[in-house]
Design a protein. Structure first.
Lengths: 409, 409
């Protein structure tokens, strides 16, 4: 078994990427879907953007060092990861704010309809942002969540837009992006795909399924750093039809004319709003450049294999230990993570973290382990399951003890 | 004269702060109101947040290094600069996005009224954000700009909120914050003060005039770096009455409960939206800490003196050169900048920049020079006017020549 694992790592075409990241000694980090690791190249890049571009070149950097072009330039690189054209993606703001941009844009495309539809159990910020938009015009805009099984049946003539996350953050289950998009289009409904848990972890082909809008996160699989700028995809055919709700000056067609009236910029630029966070953009670009070097098919193949291995080892070693998959066991139905139910999930995750295996707990009872194929190894998975097995075998998971543990860790 | 300037710098109580910043050799930087200089301490802080907090501590930093507390912690520091309580200011998003938060909040406080009022010539993003919000419910919400002289007369029963920038970005003219706020309140209208060109440059006392909302910029006088996170002030008495329009997960009362329904956090926290940009916050905090060390009365006194000196020297040396103040000559009516009309303003600014004097051109004909009293000296002002005098005296400002210059610089 040990040999098998070693051979998997030896044969891994992505193995050389691991050395491009800082990976803390002794830490098994299976949480790249919460915060990706630090690319080594980011350190020098951050020093350069701070000391030379800001410190020495100062305001001149907007042109000299193309700060003004960063949202488009990095957006075009991300576009190459998600099946979009370079002029369909812009970087900036947070995933939440970008959800708002796309929701309000969809209402303009579909001005006779008023329901914003999503599913229960979606990542909360998506549903929350629908509520806030609805509260601006509560007589007209409605936010509605339905169970996953009812999504397609709920695509009726009241629905202005459907908002779904491609990879579910708890279960890792993938939605059928082409199938659902086609079903929505057949009923005149654009779809917003939240790619936060997909982009950088698997092939995504937005234009192949004629996607309308997408948003996603820079700090997970793109390794852009904590709270990195997010991105927004708007299909070319929609861009010019939208008067942005978040109509900030950098989305103006001539921001430096300083006119009183807003005139949206052509194309994707109108989905910019305020001044972009250049330090965040600089770190994000290093992460994106790094993932653009890898073959996305290799990433997906390894991601699936890491997940399959994790599930198989847990099945072999933890039988009878009150742990069962919360994710699909078929890798084709799953994003780059596995998750498991355990009645004392929170305490188990605390015990894992205390032993340097980092995953996430997600309420009510889910242990979640993410795989970033550029820096996670098969040995990471084997070691993580070994420690998990050990914890589940030796700890007595009664209510009192886990409460004590949770309080001290 | 030379001696007078040297004595002013020698007697300046803020002079020791200059050494706390990187100030490029030979550069006279009068553009801290576009992008503040780099505090030297920022370099080590950025290396630490990148290499240790992100690289080594990874996801654990949200608690271990209090990333989760950054928006409140830095907000409380900024509060001390603007006459607010520590629980009334939160850091995050851009100035533009924060304008949207305050406008939509005001509509909730004043739900029977529907006009968003501002003035012509305000910084464009403020007016633009009003247009975007109005476009969400065009039958109900109206955006309206009036001339400065008509603001108070326009405060009628249709007005839901008044949005003004305290220091005008072109002319530097200050609005009478207490007087206008009182006039608006007398008509049941809350006011949003944009402090982008005031915060960090002069005393501001929001609570003394019972201000309702304020927003401001982190990358100007707070020296927080390019595109630094902005801030939002909401008076305590309003906070709990608002259901945020940008209702992201970090504004939820229990973000990590991951419930489907949005319940706003108590107090100022509900004005958070998505995950904060930690790299930007780290840089901003250094800048804010630095300005908190200085006495705001000293900052205002020196800022006024720098401006008075600049205006006096231009009057003395550039007489007959087609240059006249665009700012108030009385320092009490002016923010931390001076500005001048010149018919070839764009070309003159290009010529200044070519000779290492950096200010801003603002359409149609304004030369703008900002003063950051922590790092600008009286000698900077004297040297800048000397070079300006030289340029205006020796260049022939005919239309053809300035077009050529503009094309090559």
């Amino acid at each position: 078994m040990q040999d098998d694992i070693a051979r998997l790592d030896a044969d891994d075409p992505l193995a050389p990427f691991r050395d491009r990241f800082d990976t803390p000694d002794g830490l098994i980090y299976l949480d790249g879907n919460s915060l990706g690791c630090l690319p080594k190249a980011t350190k020098a890049r951050m020093a350069d953007v701070v000391e030379r571009e800001w410190g020495q070149d100062l305001i001149r950097s907007w042109n000299k060092n193309d700060w003004i072009g960063a949202p488009r330039r990095i957006g075009a690189k991300i576009a190459s990861l998600i099946g979009a054209n370079g002029d369909e993606v812009i970087v900036g703001d947070t995933t939440s704010v970008n959800v708002f941009k796309c929701l309000s844009a969809s209402l303009q495309l579909n001005s006779e309809r008023h329901t914003l539809l999503s599913e229960t159990g979606n990542f909360p910020t998506d549903a929350y942002m629908m509520e806030g938009l609805a509260a601006i015009a509560p007589d007209r805009i409605k936010a509605r969540l339905v169970d996953t099984a009812d999504i397609v049946n709920s695509l009726d003539a009241s629905v202005a837009v459907l908002l779904l996350t491609h990879t579910n953050y708890r279960t890792g289950r993938l939605h059928d992006m082409p199938g659902i998009t086609a079903a929505a289009h057949a009923r005149g409904i654009p779809v917003i795909w939240d790619l936060s848990h997909s982009c950088g972890a698997m092939p995504v082909d937005l234009n192949a399924c004629q996607a309308d809008f997408a948003i996603g996160c820079g700090y997970k699989y793109l390794n852009g750093g904590p709270g990195a700028p997010a991105f927004t995809f708007v299909a070319r055919r929609h861009q010019e039809k939208v008067f942005p709700a978040l109509s900030g000056w950098l989305g103006h067609k001539a921001p430096f004319a300083f006119t009183d009236d807003y005139e949206p910029a052509p194309g994707i630029d109108r989905f910019q709003c305020g001044t972009p966070g250049i330090l965040g953009c600089a770190a994000l670009e290093v992460g994106v450049d790094l993932i653009c070097e890898a073959d996305m098919a290799d990433i997906r193949r390894k991601s699936s294999a890491l997940g399959d291995l994790f599930i198989r080892l847990v099945g072999d070693k933890c039988a009878g230990r009150d742990i069962r998959p919360a994710c699909p066991t078929d890798a084709t139905e799953r994003g780059s993570q596995v998750s498991f139910h355990h009645t004392e999930g929170h305490a188990v995750m605390q015990a894992l973290i205390a032993r340097n295996v980092i995953g996430d707990f997600r309420a009510p009872d889910i242990l979640r382990f993410g795989f970033a194929p550029l820096y996670n190894s098969y040995a990471d998975v084997a070691k993580a399951v070994e420690i998990l097995t050990d914890i589940l075998a030796t700890e007595s998971w009664n209510q009192d003890r886990f409460r004590q543990r949770a309080a001290v860790t």
